[in-house]
Design a protein around this ligand. Structure first.
Ligand code: MN
Ligand code: MN
Length: 397
C-alpha cells in the first residue's frame, strides 16, 4: 500500500468517526499513516502471530504422542494444531494408527491438503480427483501420499499388523477431527435425496449411521489385482503415491537425507518432505528456509533443536520419539543428535519446492575481508571455513 492509498484509508476511517466505521479502525489507519510519513520507515509488515510476538521465544516442541487422542473401532488419532501447539500457525499434523480392517472413513478436507508418510505396517488408500481420475493404492513403510485440498479419500489398515502413519496439513488451523466425512453427511441427508441420487428405495437407508463414524472397522480386503482388466482403471496423469524409501539418500559426514519435492512428485504442489538421519553427535548445521515453515516428527533417537528469532531471541528444546517440532518460515535453526542412537526425523515443509540457506554456504559466498570486518577474526581463520554447504556435520570437531 503506498502513502496515497493510506490517505484514502484514513479518509474512510475518518468517516468512521461519524459512526460508519469502528473507531479502532480509524486509530489504526491514523497510526499507519504516521508510520508511512516517517522518513526511511520500513514498509508495514504483518504483525507477528501472538505466539512469536513476545520478548522470549515460545517452545517449538509439542509431545504429540503423549496425548490420549481420539480412539475407537481399532483406530487412534493424535493431532497437533494451533490449539495444542500455538506456534504452528502454518502446518498441522496427526499421528494415526489403524488396525487391520479399520478404515479412516471416506472424507475430504475443505481447507487443507494432506501429505503423509507411512512409518510401519500397510494400508490401502482410495482417492478421487475433480477430473474423475481415481486410484486405489497400497502403501507400506517409507511411502508418501499427497491429496490436494478437496480430493475425496479413505485409508484402511491392511496386512496383519497395525499401520502407523503421520499426516501433515498445509494449514495450522486444520483439525483432522473436523473433516467432511461421508457418514456425517449421509446421516444428515433425507433418505429421499439419497434414493433419488443412488437409485434404490429410500427405506434402504433406514439403518445407516446417523452421525460421523470416523473409524469404521471391517474385514481386511484381499490383494489388489496385479493385472487389472483393460480399461478398468481411470488413473490420471499424476499419481498420489511416492515411494520415498526407494529414494537414493544424499550422504553427508554426519548423516543422510531422503527428500521428495514437487520435482519428483508433481501432484504435491504445496508440501515437500524428507526423512533425515543424524548419527550420534552429528549437527544439522544452522540454516533457514526462505519459502516455508518446517514441521518435524521425531521417529527415533534424541535431538536438541535451537531456534533463532532475531532481537537476541534463542530457544532450545530437546526432542524424543513421538515429539513434534516446528520452525516458523524464515527462522534460523540447527539440530544436534544428542543420544547414543541415530536421530531419525520426518520433515515436512508447506511448499512443494524445497529451499534453504545454510550458514556455511552463506559465509563461503562472501569475501573473507568482509567476514573479518564482522567478527574481528583474522582472514587466516576465515580461510579455513568450508567452501560449500556442510549440511550435516559429523560428531567430531
Ligand atoms: Mn484426510
Ligand atoms: Mn530446517
Amino acid at each position: 500500500m503506498n502513502s496515497i492509498s493510506r490517505r484514502n484509508v484514513l479518509g474512510t476511517a475518518a468517516l468512521g468517526a461519524g459512526g460508519l466505521v469502528m473507531p479502532a479502525m480509524a486509530r489504526a489507519a491514523e497510526r499507519n499513516l504516521q508510520l508511512a510519513q516517517l522518513p526511511g520507515s520500513p514498509p508495514l509488515a504483518e504483525p507477528a502471530p501472538p505466539a512469536l510476538a513476545g520478548t522470549e521465544l515460545p517452545s517449538f516442541r509439542f509431545a504429540m504422542e503423549a496425548q490420549q487422542g481420539k480412539i475407537g473401532n481399532g483406530g487412534i488419532g493424535k493431532e497437533a494444531t494451533v490449539v495444542e501447539f500455538p506456534v504452528s500457525q502454518d502446518i498441522a499434523g496427526v499421528s494415526m494408527r489403524l488396525d487391520p480392517g479399520t478404515a479412516r472413513e471416506l472424507h475430504w478436507h475443505a481447507t487443507a491438503a494432506e501429505w503423509a508418510y507411512v512409518i510401519s505396517g500397510r494400508c490401502r488408500v482410495s482417492v478421487l480427483d475433480p477430473q474423475g481420475h481415481s486410484e486405489i493404492l497400497d502403501f507400506g513403510p517409507g511411502d508418501v501420499w499427497y491429496f490436494p485440498r478437496g480430493h475425496g479419500h479413505s485409508i484402511q489398515g491392511i496386512g496383519s499388523t497395525p499401520c502407523h502413519f503421520i499426516l501433515v496439513f498445509d494449514n495450522g488451523y486444520f483439525s483432522e477431527f473436523g473433516t467432511f466425512s461421508i457418514t456425517d453427511w449421509l446421516g444428515h441427508t433425507p433418505p429421499e435425496i439419497l434414493s433419488k441420487t443412488l437409485g434404490v428405495p429410500s427405506d434402504s437407508f433406514s439403518a445407516i449411521p446417523k452421525g460421523e463414524v470416523y473409524f469404521a472397522k471391517g474385514p481386511v480386503p484381499g490383494p489388489l489385482p496385479s493385472d487389472p482388466p483393460a480399461a478398468s482403471e481411470t488413473t490420471g496423469p499424476l499419481t498420489h503415491r511416492y515411494r520415498l524409501e526407494a529414494h537414493k539418500p544424499i550422504e553427508f559426514a554426519g548423516g543422510s537425507i531422503k527428500r521428495v519435492t514437487v520435482m519428483d512428485f508433481p501432484i504435491s504442489t504445496t508440501i515437500c518432505g524428507a526423512t533425515m538421519l543424524l548419527k550420534p553427535g552429528a549437527l544439522r548445521e544452522p540454516h533457514w528456509h526462505p519459502n516455508a515453515a518446517e514441521w518435524q516428527y521425531y521417529i527415533g533417537g534424541r535431538g536438541r533443536m535451537t531456534v533463532f528469532g532475531s532481537h537476541g531471541r534463542i530457544r532450545t528444546d530437546e526432542f524424543e520419539p513421538g515429539d513434534v517440532g516446528y520452525i516458523p518460515q524464515g527462522y534460523g535453526h540447527y539440530i544436534e543428535s544428542i543420544g547414543s542412537q541415530d536421530c531419525e526425523i520426518l520433515l515436512a515443509f508447506n511448499n512443494g519446492n524445497y529451499e534453504e540457506i545454510s550458514l556455511s554456504d552463506w559465509l563461503a559466498s562472501n569475501q573473507p575481508l568482509l567476514l573479518a570486518t564482522h567478527f574481528g577474526l583474522p582472514e587466516s581463520v576465515i580461510a579455513q571455513f568450508p567452501k560449500q554447504s556442510v549440511f550435516i556435520a559429523s560428531g567430531k570437531s
